[in-house]
Design a protein around this ligand. Structure first.
Ligand SMILES: NC(=O)c1ccc[n+]([C@@H]2O[C@H](COP(=O)([O-])OP(=O)(O)OC[C@H]3O[C@@H](n4cnc5c(N)ncnc54)[C@H](O)[C@@H]3O)[C@@H](O)[C@H]2O)c1
Length: 343
């Protein structure tokens, strides 16, 4: 029997756009129809690799009635336009994190998806990592109690802003990394953020011509329980054994949960000492598995099963508001209530 397949497109054929293209092309329930990138050579290369059409104009995807759903995998500051363009013509959208770097844009995206009655999911992929699923099970099962205090850090080595992300100066660790970290804790606790107080450090990246924060530390108060200190930086020495330094520690009234997201159970001492990304993407005897792929397959399944996907646009909007409040707190050197991020 022929399986029903969701026909999809991908906008943005960069590092992570390729992850989306690969997942759609391998999954038996989806068919990758076309990929779009303003860089034609890049679009052509990825299209050739995954056997689909390519274009430099996202309008071509919007006009194609065959395409039911689209992944938007453009840089952080360039999600709004392609997402709105696809929602407008009634396509389901999976958007990379952050949903947008502006609260107003995120709100419009949420409202447009509602108006058109389509899905808008944000790729908060760590929710599919076994480490965080285990933590969620512990908390949901009632063994954790309520949060007393917590700490979370997600940082990258200097390699990321200086050699990997060509548009680093147009984002920052707060937009590139905090979405993953803060989404995880908000999702784990199932609570909203009330207020934030944050500090930023700059100067190291600025000296290299990238005028953004080097690091940020933010104390975040949740509405039903305690507070969490979140930390992110983009200036970790390249000698660190992974691209990420990723820890979450939550102390509850009944238990303590500690997660090492960077050390995923394996380290290798070769030419360099390394913590490989063991859980994100693996070829398991011909099948790709891992938490980079799972949310993309989940998006396809949600369309076929007519369900609302995990990691909604509302979650994306909540995260954008929290980060906007953190930026405001740094600039104004005061505690900022989350409602004040409504700009
Ligand atoms: N989920 C994750 O773990 C993860 C990891 C890294 C990056 N990301 C996110 O994925 C997104 C893409 O990051 P990346 O590392 O793949 O970046 P990248 O620079 O490798 O790729 C972005 C691509 O988008 C193209 N592009 C830019 N504007 C466009 C437009 N308007 N229309 C079509 N194509 C356009 C660029 O030419 C480029 O090829 C970002 O939002 C980033 O934060 C997610």
């Amino acid at each position: 029997m022929q399986t029903e397949r969701v026909k999809v497109g991908v906008i943005g054929a960069g590092l992570i756009g390729e992850v989306h293209a690969k997942a759609y092309s391998e999954y038996e329930k989806s068919e990758l129809v076309a990929i779009c990138d303003i860089n034609g050579a890049r679009a052509k290369k990825i299209a050739k690799r995954y056997g689909c059409q390519y274009t430099t104009e996202s309008q071509r995807l919007a006009e194609n009635p065959e395409i039911k759903a689209v992944s938007v995998v453009t840089p952080d500051f360039a999600h709004y336009e392609p997402v709105m363009q696809m929602l407008e013509v009634g396509k389901d959208v999976l958007c990379e994190k952050p949903l947008a770097m502006k609260v107003a844009e995120s709100k419009e995206m949420v409202e447009k998806a509602k108006e058109k009655g389509v899905r808008l999911m944000v790729d908060f992929q760590n929710r599919w990592s076994p480490l965080f699923l285990e933590a969620k099970k512990e908390i949901k099962g009632g063994n954790f109690g309520r949060l007393v205090v917590g700490y979370g850090r997600l940082s990258n080595t200097l390699f990321v802003p200086t050699k990997m992300v060509s548009w680093a100066a147009q984002t920052g660790p707060q937009w590139f990394l905090f979405p993953h970290l803060i989404d995880l804790v908000r999702w784990l606790l199932d609570e909203e953020v009330e207020e934030v107080y944050a500090f930023g450090h700059s100067g190291i990246l600025k000296k290299r011509g990238i005028d953004i924060y080097d690091a940020i530390q933010a104390m975040v108060k949740f509405n039903k329980s305690g507070s969490v200190t979140f930390e992110t930086s983009w200036v970790l020495p390249e000698s660190w054994p992974s691209l990420i330094d990723f820890k979450i520690e939550l102390l509850g009234t009944k238990s303590r949960i500690g997660i090492k997201g960077d050390h995923q159970g394996i380290d290798i001492a070769g030419e360099k000492f390394a913590y490989p990304f063991a859980l994100s993407e693996q070829n398991a005897f011909g099948k790709t598995i891992g938490f980079f792929h799972e949310p993309i397959l989940h998006f396809v399944d949600s369309i076929l099963n007519n369900r609302i996907p995990e990691a909604s646009a509302e979650d994306g909007l909540a995260i954008t508001k929290i980060i906007a409040a953190i930026e405001k707190s740094i600039l104004e050197k005061r505690v900022v209530k989350i409602e004040e991020a409504e700009f």
